[in-house]
Design a protein around this ligand. Sequence first.
Ligand code: ZN
Length: 398
Amino acid sequence: MTHRLYYTEPSCCRFDAIVTRAFDHEGRPAVTLDRTAFYPSSGGQPFDTGRLGGTDVVETVDGGDDVIHVLAMPLESGAAVTGEIDWTRRFDHMQQHTGQHILSGAFETLFENLTVGFHMGGEVSTIDLARETSPAEIERAVDESNRIVWEDRPVAIRFVSKAEAARLSLRKEPAREGTLRLIDISGFDLCACGGTHVDRTGAIGLIAVQSVEKMRGGSRLAFVCGSRALRALRTYRDVVAGSVRALSVLPTELPAAIERLQEESKELRKQVKGLQERLAEDKGARLAAAAPEVEGIRVVVEALDGWDVAELKAMAAAAIVSSRACVVLITSSQPVSLVVACSPDVPVDANVVLQQLTHRFGGRGGGKPGLAQGGGLAAPAREVASAAWTLIESTLSL
Ligand SMILES: [Zn+2]
């Protein structure tokens, strides 16, 4: 059974130990020790990493009685080793975890809103509150939390029996039996927890809530503490500075400036769409005017670059209005899409032409005698064009 140093000495980052067992853990070398300061993932707090006996500890897993240290290289059973945990990573976890206790304590004290979940992520952490909360409540809870941080209150570790615990007012009902480990934030919050914590609240520095979302009848709050709060501030500073430079406005004017840009861009998109339609119509009329006549009907068969099917459709519609025409417009990229259109008094059925072409080249589509469209034809555009021309010419010459 591993003696867990972090239970009583959370600031211990270097220790000596004996390897009690060397084995494979899910295909990776691992050891257990007689004593360890390495914290395994548990209670929402991620595992420690570091060095052990000259190799890297890449993961720490709670194995029940023992703490499993997953290693980069194997170690021998019985070896005397020195362990050193990655203190930057661990201290960050301690800032977030104690910060979480305070934030959860503030929501409970101020609004009787219990924390029902906690997750510490790589960048931000979250708590799930039992009930929905409002922006005003969040601000009050954050103010209260930071007051506790700045008062630099002691954070003590206490061990009590379940019976003793029942007489204390713990923030949440402890799930486990036997001796309980309590984290006591002096005069503010008392909670059963196996995690590692800073020894005074001042070490947290700052607690900031970044976002809130609704979650199964409650709220999920994303928050950062300590060095993460500083990192978040730097990110916001750079993002704001970049946006302010790009838009030439003051930081407080950014939301309005972005709204204005969105409006302008919407208006421009509308104008571009209108112009594209007019261009397509114009092109359609010109194609019809320049097309050869078969039995007095203009026959337009063209493969065109750089137009989408909607534009080809507008073009074809314009062509059959401007002239008595039969029109087949084909995209030049494969698989080929196409539009077939015929003026009302032309003895060619656009849908029949389309069906014949898809029957021959694959793909699918449909429409009416006046207008049909299809896609997915597996042949080069010029081959489809040539087949379409032959079809229409033979229909008109009957
Ligand atoms: Zn905890």
